[in-house]
Design a protein around this ligand. Structure first.
Ligand code: PLP
Length: 378
């Protein structure tokens, strides 16, 4: 039926999932899978968290969407919380990462009156035309061309190239603090700080796409907080509402205030189900100190991965619970083999086994997963 009724846009694993609990997923035969993929980084506090389930149920019984033509308490409460946690001032809510990136591009062009956006090679920002134009991989763009004009792609983790690339027409630099889809590429310490300094000197906006790195994944609420900088615009989505669709574009007050009524909008963005889910997820993260756990467990996980001896491993990288094992052979067969042994992971950019587990993960679960990875590599 899937072949008959759904677009053929996804290559799926041979598995029908029924439910999840904590760090585990279950199929229809009751088989249990350790989930090191977490809905591609969307499952931050674990599957079927009781408190979140109740908050969602309660909200569904109260109000789902009244439209953005009215004030709603939950929207304002979440925006205030995100402003406090990020150090930025104002939010625009949407429904996905790609939409949140679109809002950032529009805001940057409108605020600066310039149109050139500097992006990074190997970046991924989404699948709608603005975010796709900002994305690096030509394979996913060529069939749908032409892309939007004035998106320039430069070398990641190279300050000299960035300095040379900024022109009088540059509106913004748009980049991920850690490139997720490219296989968890982590720039040198201090790189982001230098990027921020150059952007300020040259009067260019810095937009950070924290769709994958944000909401605690790297051991801080936002990855830029490791470097103590202040970007102009920050984009979040994925883990913020634990799988309920949400996108947020955060900006400083001066930048955000330029978009006036009617200039941007969305029917579902800011709906109360997503707002309530995100508020509850943040509350649970704070109560259970889950971002600290992401940092601690991330360190442990990385160390355990580093202990694996195999001539197939090129490099192991990670920050918090965003980790990858780069192989010198294609990763897809190993993903399949892990699945057969009850471990869910995925492969980013052909050669990188990627791990994005929920922040509630324990050492026992990491040991179990790493044990399977070790066996499979043998
Ligand atoms: N930006 C980054 C860094 C991402 O990793 C992704 C998705 O993987 C996106 C944007 C697009 O987000 P979405 O799939 O929610 O549209």
């Amino acid at each position: 039926m899937e072949k008959e009724y759904l677009w053929n846009t996804y290559k799926r694993y041979d598995l029908v999932l029924k439910r999840g609990k904590g760090c585990y997923l279950y199929d229809y035969d009751g088989r249990k899978y350790l989930d090191f993929l977490g809905g591609i980084g969307t499952c931050s506090i674990g599957h079927a968290n009781g408190k979140l389930v109740n908050a969602i149920k309660k909200q569904a019984g109260k109000l789902l969407n009244a439209s953005n033509l009215f004030y709603t308490e939950e929207q304002v409460r979440l925006a205030k919380k995100l402003a406090e946690l990020s150090g930025l001032s104002k939010c625009f809510f949407s429904n996905s990462g790609t939409e949140a990136v679109e809002a950032a591009i529009k805001l940057a062009r409108q605020y600066t009156g310039k149109n050139e956006i500097i992006c990074m090679k190997h970046s991924f920002h989404g699948r709608t035309f603005g975010s796709l134009s900002a994305t690096w991989d030509k394979k996913i763009k060529i069939p749908f061309g032409p892309m939007l004009k004035k998106f320039v792609h430069i070398k990641f983790n190279n300050i000299e190239v960035l300095k040379k690339s900024i022109t009088k027409n540059t509106a913004a630099v748009l980049m991920e603090p850690i490139q997720g889809e490219a296989g968890v590429l982590i720039p040198d310490r201090g790189y982001l700080k230098k990027v921020s300094k150059i952007c300020k000197e040259k009067n260019v906006l810095l937009i950070l796409d924290e769709v994958q790195t944000g909401a605690g994944r790297t051991g801080k609420f936002l990855a830029f907080q490791h470097e103590n900088i202040k970007p102009d615009i920050v984009v979040m989505a994925k883990g913020l509402a634990n799988g309920v669709p949400i996108g947020v574009t955060l900006a400083g007050k001066k930048v955000a205030d330029l978009l006036l009524p009617g200039m941007h909008g969305t029917t579902f963005g800011g709906n109360l189900l997503s707002m309530q889910a995100a508020l509850t997820v943040i509350q649970i993260m704070e109560e259970k100190k889950l971002i600290k756990n992401a940092k601690l467990m991330g360190k442990y996980f990385l160390n355990e991965l580093k202990k694996i001896k195999s001539d197939k491993i090129k490099e192991v990288r990670g920050k918090g619970l965003m980790l990858a094992m780069e192989l010198n052979v294609k990763g897809a067969p190993f993903v399949e083999k892990c699945l057969k042994k009850g471990l869910i992971i995925n492969c980013a950019h052909d050669y990188n086994l990627r791990f994005l587990p929920p922040f509630i993960i324990s050492k026992t679960e990491i040991d179990k997963g790493v044990g399977i990875i070790k066996e499979v590599l043998k």
